[in-house]
Design a protein around this ligand. Structure first.
Ligand code: PLP
Length: 397
């Protein structure tokens, strides 16, 4: 069978692959600790589930407008005003089947062959493939541990060429949990405005941020920035609604119209029932968001401290999201049972085979010296899993 060449440009999502492998081993009876998951371990809050039940019972089960129901667009508009001080109209918002779908749509309507799209690393695994599928070229800007993995304005400026269309930026970041202060963002904004490149801001972890840090999306830094920006967000992470598949983006009317047209020829509208649930998520009580955030922060404290206490492992303390990205390269070149570990993929395999811990190699995020551990799992699992990692690392000679 001939498969179209564009498919060979991309790889299966590594995080979803690890998750599937861990689940298969678990089903086969192995006592696997899953640090691979990119989703909160909490149940979707009850009020949100009930909104969906009501929608089903009321027969709200048919096609909706392609770009989402007005009620949800209005909830998104109110959220962007309330949380981000951004003003948008309905014609500047489109609802899609998850933030990943929003990002994919944006790529399809903005980029083509000859374009370059900047992606600071460590980056979320899907950005590069989303760009490849447009024919454009992802340009990785490798950030340094010494800068706490923060993109420096000079690095940004040096990466911009006449072909640069946009930067895809996300903070707090997956995988390193890096966030930016207002001052740091202003310095990046100066370069962005002067060079006139677009900003695709993936704000999916906006609400999972620690130590009382405020969150600013780049679009809120002034009119020029807003004109250059598309804000992407969704309900998956904030409300533990990964399976519901609701995300959205807001930006210039022309771009939103193009996305809506594109979406009309592939998915049509996002699920009607899930849209009603998302209205309740955005407009309803927000206590569960804070409850989950606090729990993640407690786990962050334990996990960072425990990892840094393992000899030769260094781990930045995340400022948000629910991942840590420790450097384990000191263990590369060491062996166990005649096998030498030379990179993050081999390290992840070793930890899965020898200690039943599933996690994602750092290479998938652009940094081979690291591994990504998701702490979207119980404190008990975290403590048990970290002890296994520690023992497995110390067994290497
Ligand atoms: C999980 C995740 C997404 C995708 O979210 P969905 O709304 O479930 O598609 C987007 N960006 C980042 C950085 C993520 O970690």
């Amino acid at each position: 069978m001939k498969i179209a060449a564009r498919i060979s440009l991309i790889k299966p999502s590594p995080t979803l692959t690890i998750q599937a492998k861990a689940n298969a081993l678990k089903a086969a009876g192995r006592d696997i600790i899953g640090f691979g998951a990119g989703e909160p371990d909490f149940d979707t809050p009850h009020n949100i589930k009930m909104a969906a039940v009501r929608a089903i019972e009321a027969g709200f089960t048919k096609y909706t407008p392609v770009g989402g129901i007005d009620e949800l667009k209005d909830a998104v508009i109110a959220k962007l005003q309330r949380d981000n001080r951004l003003t948008y109209k309905r014609s500047e918002v489109v609802i899609s089947c998850g933030a990943k779908h929003s990002l994919f749509n944006i790529g399809q309507v903005l980029f083509e062959e000859g374009d370059e799209v900047l992606i600071p690393s460590p980056y979320w695994v899907s950005y590069t493939d989303i760009v490849y599928l447009t024919g454009a070229r992802p340009v990785i800007i490798k950030t340094n541990t010494a800068d706490d993995f923060k993109l420096q304005p000079s690095q940004l400026e040096a990466a911009i060429t006449p072909r640069t269309r946009a930067i895809i930026i996300s903070y707090p970041s997956n995988p390193a949990g890096v966030s930016y202060s207002l001052k740091e963002l202003e310095a990046l904004a100066e370069v962005i405005v002067r060079k006139g490149i677009m900003v695709i801001s993936d704000d999916i972890y906006e609400k999972i941020i620690y130590d009382g840090r405020p969150f600013y999306t780049l679009a809120s830094l002034g009119d020029e920035l807003k004109r250059l920006s598309i804000v992407v967000n969704g309900v998956s992470k904030t409300y533990s609604m990964t399976g519901w598949r609701i995300g959205y983006c807001a930006g210039a009317e022309e771009i939103i119209a193009a996305i809506t047209k594109y979406q009309s020829q592939n998915t049509s509208n996002p699920t009607s029932i899930a849209q009603k649930a998302a209205v309740e998520a955005l407009n309803g009580p927000q206590e569960s968001v804070e409850m989950m955030r606090k729990e993640f922060q407690k786990r962050r404290d334990v996990i960072t401290e425990t990892l840094n206490a393992i000899p030769d492992v260094t781990c930045l303390k995340p400022q948000g999201a629910f991942y840590v990205f420790p450097n384990v390269a000191a263990y590369y070149g060491r062996s166990f049972g005649g096998k030498t570990i030379t990179n993050s993929a081999e390290m992840a395999n070793y930890l899965l085979d020898e200690s039943n811990v599933a996690l994602v190699p750092g290479a998938d995020f652009g940094h081979d010296d690291h591994i990504r551990i998701s702490y979207a799992t119980s404190m008990e699992q975290i403590e048990k899993g970290l002890e296994r990692i520690r023992a497995a690392l110390l067994r290497l000679r």
